[in-house]
Design a protein around this ligand. Structure first.
Ligand code: HEC
Length: 169
């Protein structure tokens, strides 16, 4: 009986918090993090240095990804040979980190899945946790999600769709 009552209270509290969020998008990173991330994603931030490259080398300026169309910046031919090879091996297609397709792919997953994806992806690269979170904050800001007072951390756990103002699934 006690357990049932507690379960009911839980449902009501969760239900209320969902209502409170309508039109009130959660803000999961600070503008300072995104500003640092903007610089870091264009720099060659990996300790592996020359063997890697900037996020924007492969994912393109604006992080809109590559499909192999001629106007993509920077041009593939201007990149270091090993980066050209990675892009060629991927069939010229590099996923976007900014845009509707990215938001749709991640909509039903948590920001935490993204921070863990970054962690796994750059585990060998010597990219510090702070820099990874700064770059992820920049990716979130470029996708139009709001900045706020609380910094993004590895513990941040909010469904990506909610950042767009969607209701809880
Ligand atoms: C040498 C080229 C290259 C560079 C540099 C690069 N990436 Fe990627 N990235 C790829 C390729 C290829 C894929 C697709 C295959 C995969 O998931 O590994 C990818 C996929 C991703 C994904 C998964 C996207 C999704 O929605 O599934 C994320 C996130 C990502 N990269 C982030 C970054 C960030 C952040 C940086 C800079 C620190 C970066 N990448 C630098 C080539 C690159």
């Amino acid at each position: 009986m006690v357990r049932t009552t507690l379960a009911c209270v839980f449902v009501i509290v969760v239900g209320m918090s969902v209502v409170a969020r309508q039109g009130d998008r959660p803000a999961v990173y600070t503008a300072e993090q995104a500003a640092r991330g903007k610089v870091a994603m264009r720099a060659n931030v990996m300790a592996a240095g020359d063997n890697f490259g900037a996020c924007s080398d492969c994912h393109s300026e604006g992080l809109g990804g590559r499909t192999g169309s001629p106007g993509e910046q920077p041009p593939v031919a201007s990149l270091k040979p090993n980066l050209q090879k990675t892009i060629a091996d991927a069939g010229g297609r590099i996923p976007d980190l900014v845009g509707p397709a990215f938001r749709a792919r991640w909509a039903n997953r948590s920001v935490k899945d993204l921070s863990l994806n970054f962690k796994d992806r750059f585990a060998m690269g010597g990219l510090s946790e702070d820099t990874r979170l700064d770059i992820l904050a920049y990716v979130l800001s470029e996708n139009g999600f709001p900045a706020g007072a609380e910094p993004l951390t590895m513990a941040t756990d909010v469904t990506v769709a909610l950042l767009s103002g969607a209701q809880a699934p």
